[in-house]
Design a protein around this ligand. Structure first.
Ligand SMILES: [Zn+2]
Length: 442
């Protein structure tokens, strides 16, 4: 009989046993951080905590968060890697910086054991969505300074698969490889997958003629949102799965299983908390908050309570697949910074994406423009969309879009149509929000 789980014991561990394992690993990690890192020792001393104070998982809330700003300062004041390098320098094997879209990138380090960890959990993820030995895996995730590209490469090889290491470029070649030799699984950002789908349609290729049946998409939210998932699934003729990773914590450490019922966290490697951004206390189960991560097994430069700024909710009930590791049912909803507040309503760009991609008459690309009214100074929100390839702008289409947006985000932004192809396409992470408001104080 075919093996259902990659690692049955750990993936189906009871909540009680999983939490006992987490506590054991947490205490080990905090003890070595306190002993070997001036950064962590000073942090714990300031909060009047010693490692022996951590007697249960609940005690973790006493430890202050680590922010990206703090890591940047550490690396600037104590170059090149800051004082949170817990293992000796000869353990370092790889450097994977944060993407650095804002500010100086943080240098994240991976040791030999860490490379084994990312390989193991990524292999487990690929298996959970259906990858099997002998599969042709087309890796459209970037290899250059983005840890997800390499972790998928290592994991695919560990599973006995055949990898096409194309990376996040060359749309035409991507399509050629999907046709010949005919990949079984495709991975990329959701934006790139949507872009490839558009090209496939333009070239008159029937998705059912492609051999590919499975996909894993991440690096930005979207693959878990119904509209985008549908676009990718129909455009490529596959079953699309969402994954999440973060440079400071690791690649692909949360991903949907074959049930597509939310991303499962690799809870044996990373402890996940959901924190209310206002009170800084844990959220009630099911309530969205900021994800805070603690490395339970990382050897080099571990993070203790890293404030990700990414927003999701957490469900600890076992999944129908039989796995017990907690899930975030709608994936990661967005960045806490991307939260748009307009006329008293709060929403994330992903909610707009969900609406835009549910309408066949408009294309998959969109922008959210934030401006200020010239007279009143009030914030204005405009959703910029393109008519679909062969479609045309109409009053009823605008009205439908307005209604759907109001249902989803509870307010009605302005809408502007652009011709098909006017908005820039991306192979990496899409920038959906354009803030054109005058900067405060200028
Ligand atoms: Zn599952």
């Amino acid at each position: 009989m075919e093996k259902k789980y990659f690692d049955r014991e750990i993936e189906t561990l009871s909540r009680k046993k999983l939490e006992a394992l987490q506590l054991e690993r947490l205490r080990w990690q905090i003890t070595r951080c306190y002993r070997n890192s001036d950064f962590y020792r000073e942090k714990l001393d300031r909060a009047s905590i010693t490692p022996s104070d951590i007697k249960s998982l609940r005690d973790l809330v006493r430890i202050p968060f680590v922010t990206k700003e703090e890591l940047r300062d550490e690396q600037r004041l104590h170059p090149p890697f800051g004082r949170y390098l817990v293992a000796s320098a000869d353990c370092i094997r790889e450097l994977h910086p944060s993407s650095g879209t804002t500010g100086t990138p943080v240098n994240n380090l991976w040791g030999e054991e860490d490379v084994k960890s990312i390989t193991h959990w990524t292999a487990r993820t690929l298996w959970s969505i259906g990858a099997r030995p002998g599969f042709i895996i087309q890796n459209g995730l970037s290899y250059g300074l983005w840890v997800a590209g390499l972790s998928v490469h290592y994991a695919a090889r560990a599973l006995g698969c055949f990898v096409i290491p194309i990376g996040a470029s060359m749309t035409e070649r991507q399509i050629e490889y999907l046709l010949n030799p005919g990949s079984d699984m495709f991975l990329s950002t959701p934006s790139f997958a949507v872009h490839i789908s558009e090209k496939i349609r333009e070239q008159g290729i029937n998705p059912s003629d492609l051999k590919v049946r499975l996909g894993l998409f991440g690096g930005e939210p979207g693959a878990g949102a119904t509209g985008t998932r549908k676009k990718i699934e129909e455009g490529l003729g596959i079953k699309a799965h969402d994954y999440y990773g973060l440079a400071e914590i690791g690649p692909t450490f949360a991903a949907e299983c074959d049930r597509q019922a939310g991303i499962h966290w690799a809870e044996d490697y990373v402890l996940v908390e959901v924190i209310d951004p206002e009170t800084k206390q844990p959220c009630e189960p099911g309530t969205p908050g900021v994800l805070v991560f603690t490395h339970l097994a990382k050897e080099v430069a571990p993070m203790i309570r890293y404030w990700s700024n990414d927003v999701a909710s957490l469900d600890k009930e076992p999944c129908s697949c039989g796995r017990t590791h907690a899930r975030s049912p709608a994936g990661v909803i967005g960045r806490a910074d991307d939260l748009i507040i307009f006329k008293g309503a709060k929403f994330y760009p992903l909610q707009v994406e969900k609406v835009v991609r549910s309408l066949a008459e408009i294309s998959d690309e969109f922008r959210i423009e934030l401006t200020a009214d010239g007279q009143t100074g009030m914030d204005m929100v405009t959703v910029v969309v393109e008519v679909a390839e062969k479609g045309k702008e109409s009053g009823s289409l605008k009205a439908t879009l307005k209604n759907r947006l109001r249902e989803e985000i509870l307010v009605t932004p302005a809408i502007r149509f652009e011709p098909y192809g006017k908005l820039e396409r991306t192979m990496f992470k899409a920038k959906r929000v354009v803030d054109l408001r005058p900067q405060k104080g200028t």
